[in-house]
Design a protein around this ligand. Structure first.
Ligand code: CO
Length: 181
């Protein structure tokens, strides 16, 4: 297992729609890849990580939701599709590709997602709250959409100077040099 460097805002791979996974083609490398993704996410205390955030053009992501007093909920989604969404929430969101930046983003409150799991089996996920937010955020990544681009135009413009400053600092952060938790 290894902690990977996380791609930061401004790197092209984050703005590209990821290629659909042919499960048979990656099945051999998948366990090692997923172990690296979970380890990388855990090292920085993230709730989700998409493959393109570690530079891979693959339509898959890992999610780990930690609720107080509960076992963490870990999940792998491969080729996820949004089947249903309803309601609305407006909550703070962050992203491992924008370390330390938080912004309120409008999301559906409830979602139904279909995907393949780590065994290549079809799964249907019904989620709400934090879990629904993580699913939408990671699925956006796989479409090349970062959370900041979900902000209304005016907020985006206001944020721009701060983002430019942060971008230079973020570039220097290399998670792969971190010690595992
Ligand atoms: Co993110």
């Amino acid at each position: 297992m290894a902690i990977k460097r996380i791609c930061k805002y401004g790197e092209k791979v984050l703005e590209k729609k990821c290629r659909k996974v042919v499960f048979e083609d990656i099945k051999k490398e998948l366990p090692a890849l997923l172990a690296d993704m979970f380890e990388t996410m855990d090292a920085v205390g993230g709730a989700g990580l998409a493959a393109n955030q570690i530079g891979l053009d693959l339509r898959l992501a890992v999610i780990k939701i930690q609720r107080e007093g509960e076992e963490p909920l870990s999940l792998v989604i491969i080729n996820p599709e949004m089947a249903e969404k309803s309601g609305s929430m407006y909550e703070d969101e962050g992203c491992l590709s924008f370390p330390g930046l938080f912004a309120k983003i409008r999301r559906a409150a409830k979602v139904k997602v279909r995907a393949l799991n780590e065994k290549g089996l079809p799964i249907e996920i019904n989620a709400e709250g934090l879990f629904a937010k993580a699913l939408q955020h990671e699925m956006d990544h796989l479409d090349g959409v970062t959370f900041v681009s979900r902000l209304p135009l005016m907020s985006r413009l206001k944020l721009k100077p701060a983002l430019m400053k942060l971008k230079a600092q973020w570039k220097k952060i290399d998670e792969s040099k971190m010690k595992p938790m």
